[in-house]
Write a protein that binds this ligand. Structure first.
Ligand code: C5P
Length: 396
């Protein structure tokens, strides 16, 4: 529910991507937003107002002269209640009319009369998107402070391939969440590690830790939404990088160490979430070990560098945050780790509370004491932890 309490006017204009706006309404509402749909006449040729009414739970407005507004001022009343107007899909024609400040239909009039931000997700044929007229219009909208979401590139409804596809509804929702998030880390550089590391025994076998990477990815996303420039050094995990996050893929602890040390000098904040293998295989084999090659193969282990402790020891290094996943004695082990690694903040969790799942329970340990956070989804905990870091680093 990351858009709880937000009131969004969704303008839908005439384009085939209008059918995706139906899914967008559903996703915005799932995040807790109140959605009021306003359609252009063109949009109604692609999707009916009834579809949007059913999904938004509100009557849909298409007409300036709609008799349902007692004062006949739908354009004022509807836009005054909004925290933002989002137009998705935004056709080439709509962009042109918004640039001109035209008020020739309800949506254009609402956009002109608004006192809230405007975000548009353009969708059109690639030639229309590349046309100098559209380029001029987009440049002007940006200069006027309008946020432009996308468009994506790829296959288009007309069969052509190029830039102009509407950003996917999930990504538009991500952009909306980022848009509304408090920018408590604006301009800061945040470096994170996430996921497990994999220490090869031979080309197909290895030693690893159980780590889904969810908490690290949720933190990277929350840091980005808080306005930070985020670099995520990630061990092998199965999901995509959060929007706007620069990801460096690594496999072993040594790869992770190398990538982190290359970026740590520039970072303001370092958050070590990765489950780094404590040891790697000293005698890892170049070729696959064979079962019938005489006895159980000996595996020699050597210690991996402690990435977090090394970054924490850098002169003028970043503000360092560690994680302690324990199966018991959380406070004692987490506090010992914090002292040993000489870091100002450590987030502790009991493995049985959240390993691999979407929810977790975190306890923060810093110089001021112990701060237990209520059990919550990892996305919520990530936001709270970013808030806490911003507070400790004097950024809010
Ligand atoms: O030492 P331990 O693994 O218990 O500490 C956990 C914390 O230290 C986590 O924040 C983890 O990302 C970090 N760490 C590290 N490099 C290692 C081992 C742990 O950065 N080699």
């Amino acid at each position: 529910m990351e858009l709880q309490g937000k009131s969004i006017v969704l303008g839908v204009t005439g384009g085939i991507a209008a059918y995706k706006a139906a899914e967008l309404v559903r996703l915005l509402r799932k995040q807790g937003a109140d959605v009021q749909v306003a359609m252009t006449e063109g949009a109604t040729h692609f999707v009916t107002p009834t579809t949007f009414q059913a999904l938004s739970g509100k009557p849909v407005f298409t007409d300036q002269w709609d008799a349902r507004m007692p004062n006949a001022m739908a354009h004022i009343d509807l836009s005054r209640q909004a925290d933002c107007i989002l137009v998705a899909p935004a056709s080439a024609d709509f962009l042109a009319r918004a640039v001109q400040g035209q008020a020739d239909d309800l949506l254009a009039t609402m956009v002109l009369a608004r006192d809230c931000p405007l975000l548009v997700a353009p969708a059109m044929n690639r030639q229309m998107w590349e046309n100098p007229a559209t380029r001029r219009n987009v440049a002007q909208l940006l200069a006027d402070g309008v946020s432009i979401l996308g468009p994506d590139s790829g296959e288009q409804a007309c069969g052509e391939v190029g830039a102009g596809r509407m950003m996917e509804p999930e990504e538009i929702v991500e952009s909306m969440i980022a848009f509304f998030a408090a920018k408590v880390l604006a301009g800061k550089k945040v470096l994170l590690t996430a996921g497990p590391t994999f220490e090869a025994i031979d080309p197909v076998r290895g030693i690893t830790n159980l780590s889904s990477g969810r908490m690290g990815y949720a933190l990277a996303r929350a840091a980005r939404q808080a306005g930070a420039e985020v670099t995520l050094v990630s061990g092998p995990v199965g999901f995509a990088a959060p929007q706007g996050v620069d990801r460096i893929n690594v496999r072993s602890a040594l790869d992770m160490h190398r990538a982190v040390m290359a970026h740590a000098g520039k970072a303001d904040i370092f958050i070590a979430v990765a489950a780094v293998a404590d040891y790697r295989v000293a005698n890892s084999a170049e070729h696959k070990l064979k079962k019938d090659s005489g006895g159980i193969p000996p595996i020699e282990l050597i210690e991996n560098p402690d990435i977090l402790a090394e970054v924490a020891a850098l002169p003028d290094g970043p503000f360092c945050v560690g994680f302690a996943a324990e199966s018991r004695n959380l406070e004692e082990y987490a506090q010992t780790k914090r002292r040993k690694k000489k870091i100002p903040l450590i987030a502790g969790n009991l493995i049985q509370d959240g390993f691999g799942g979407d929810d977790n329970r975190l306890v923060l340990f810093d110089d001021a004491g112990v701060h237990p956070l209520a059990p919550a989804p990892k996305s919520v905990l990530a936001r709270q932890l970013i808030q806490h870091i911003a507070h400790l680093t004097g950024n809010n």
